[in-house]
Design a binder for this molecule. Sequence first.
Ligand SMILES: [Zn+2]
Length: 165
Amino acid sequence: MQPWKYLAGYPDHLLQQVRELMDKGRLGAMLAEKYGEAHAVRSDRQLYDYVQELKDRHLRQSVPLAKVAWDGKLQVMKHALGTHTAISRVQGSRLKATREIRIATVFRDAPAEFLKMIVVHELAHLKEAEHNKPFYALCTHMAPDYHQLEFDLRLYLTHLEAGQG
Ligand SMILES: [Zn+2]
């Protein structure tokens, strides 16, 4: 079943609960109740400000952001929920690393907490390229409930995709 791709690797008993919620048509309501708050980040400029604000608060020391943009072509799962590009440019004799963050447009209409979660994920990649222990330590530093948010985001994407199918 295709929508389950977002939940690959999670234990069976958890998936069983999700299936029951879906069968009863209650997954959407459950998510709406838990994540009722929308956000007002619409333009690339607003997204840049949003990302920069979080970065200033938690990762002031890390490399400057070159560009932040919504990306309608980004496939959420393919890039592990977002994408992060390190671009090296030679400036004089110095090699300067700049960073670009692109966020899939599905997050434009997603609840506020899910936008925060994905931005936290991408910001953590400024310091850690891999999804390793230090990476997740950074994520939970910026968003203490990061793991719950990531799981619920997967539920949200599963719900969206089930609705389309
Ligand atoms: Zn990642």
